[in-house]
Design a protein around this ligand. Structure first.
Ligand code: PLP
Length: 467
């Protein structure tokens, strides 16, 4: 045991120099990001099975091992052409905030003598202003991502359903409830996971028809489905931006139906909520302000490092009933909110700080510009695909996502592999209307029109490779 505290003390005595080395590593990584192969070939990487060291001589050694064993095999997912999933980048201010959150290591769980909670409260207020949501109606918390936010949505909705029946679910358990109908047209996979965790079950969703040719809910179909259910409580899960169609449910029509039928309205706007910042697209999100609960991700279009999501509800008391915890040593009487009463985690990272730094650094316009640019890039690549003989655009581009297929092979996994093998871009499989394809999503501040040109070249190279 002899060396551990010594090594830590030694590291701390030279902390500035150590952090400078870390800075150099990170800066070099970022400076090379555009040239880096977007996803690495792990065949040259170690298998990482060596045993736990008994002793160590400090962070310098660990950093050398990082440089040798790990850094060369990292992906360029923070860079401009990692276009799979909805992968947000990380702005310089957000990374600075994230580092400071770690270095200062304050928790936002309780006020307890730190400004962390007040900063969290301000950041949430700023986010409400960013999305033009009424700050006197909504409140919430930061989460580890949209999955956790969707889970909080379901848990708060479940509490609401119990309350309308005179059942205290937080006290007496979900088993005290009758079956609660959950209606949705195109729930994100993470919502299905949330329904599993929350005890509703993955198969509980009553599917609502979509508006033909889209992933958006057909409000008439919802009206029919609600009409066929009794008067008991219900949950409607709507989307503000589905992951392939980037379609937006008609939230005003759905909110009317929810109000008339005693249903909770949860809206998953993980990335689509950023359409609230885009003048030409803001109308798609009309009615969001009528939701009972809202999910968003900051590690997507806000370009904050993992992990960061947010959750808003107009029923804070219900959320706190779900998440509260009591113990003598946890009691605080401070004015700033105790976020341990609102989230899944009791101890919480100072997760607001990277978002606060981003908003302080770039403001409303900076955030909007990223989304605006990414939509322009998607539009440009969509137009290029439409003009290509080798590739087919499968649906018109609406927001930041493109779904397309190879015209040269029916096996789209072959086409995707050829595209990703260029090392210039990383795309993921997709499907539209049941037909397999390839999906690309722009959600990184770093991406430029020049990157779109590189993607076009990669598509040409991939088409040639397919033969
Ligand atoms: C990404 C996404 C999620 C899940 O978010 P995580 O950040 O991966 O937890 C949920 N809903 C939508 C619409 C998404 O795009």
């Amino acid at each position: 045991m002899k060396n551990h505290p010594t090594a830590m003390r030694q590291d701390h005595a030279e902390f500035g120099a150590l952090l400078q080395q870390v800075c150099d590593v990170a800066a070099t990584f970022h400076e090379g990001i555009a040239e880096r192969i977007v996803t690495t070939d792990l065949s040259t990487a170690g298998d990482m099975t060596d045993a736990l060291p008994d002793t160590g001589d400090g962070a310098g050694t660990a950093l050398k091992r990082f440089a040798k064993e790990i850094e060369p095999h990292l992906s360029g997912s923070v860079g401009p052409r990692y276009l799979a999933f909805v992968t947000g980048g990380a702005t310089p201010a957000a990374i600075a905030g994230d580092w400071l959150a770690a270095a200062c290591d304050n928790s936002a769980s309780m006020a307890a003598g730190s400004i962390a909670n007040r900063v969290t409260r301000q950041t949430l207020d700023w986010m409400l202003q960013l999305f033009d949501l009424p700050g006197d109606t909504f409140d919430g918390c930061f989460t580890s991502g949209a999955t956790a936010s969707n889970l909080l949505g379901i848990l708060t909705a479940r509490e609401f359903c119990g309350a309308t029946l005179g059942i205290d679910v937080a006290a007496n358990g979900a088993m005290a409830l009758p079956a609660i109908p959950v209606l949705s047209a195109c729930p994100h996979a993470s919502m299905i996971k949330a329904l599993s965790i929350a005890g509703f079950g993955r198969e509980c969703v009553i599917p609502i028809d979509r508006v033909p040719g889209t992933e958006a809910m057909d409000p008439d179909a919802l009206a029919r489905a609600l009409g066929g259910l009794g008067s008991g409580p219900k949950i409607v899960v709507a989307s503000a931006g589905t992951v392939t169609g980037t379609d937006f449910d008609d939230l005003n029509a759905i909110a009317d139906l929810c109000a008339a039928n005693g249903a909770w309205l949860h809206v998953d706007g993980a990335f689509g909520i950023f359409a609230r910042c885009l003048p030409e697209r803001v109308d798609w999100t009309k009615g969001l302000e009528r939701a009972d609960s809202i999910t968003g991700d900051s590690h997507k279009w806000l370009n904050v490092p993992y992990d960061s999501g947010f959750f808003f509800t107009r029923h804070l008391a219900l959320l706190e009933r779900v998440c509260s915890l009591g113990a003598a040593y946890l009691v605080t009487d401070e004015a700033d909110p105790a976020y341990m009463l609102r989230g899944i985690e009791s101890s919480q990272r100072f997760r607001a700080l990277p978002a606060w730094m981003t908003l302080a650094a770039y403001g409303r316009e900076g955030v909007a510009e990223v989304a605006q640019n990414n939509c322009g890039q998607a539009t440009r690549l969509g137009a290029w695909l439409e003009g290509s003989a080798d590739w087919e655009l499968m649906k018109p581009v609406k927001l930041n996502v493109i779904v397309f297929r190879s015209a040269k092979t029916d096996d789209q996994s072959v086409a995707l592999a050829a595209l990703n093998a260029t090392g210039k871009v990383f795309a993921s499989p997709g499907a539209w209307d049941g037909v397999p394809g390839i999906r690309i999503c722009f959600s990184n501040w770093m991406t430029t029109d020049e990157d779109v040109a590189i993607v076009e070249e990669a598509l040409e190279a991939a088409a040639a490779a397919i033969g």
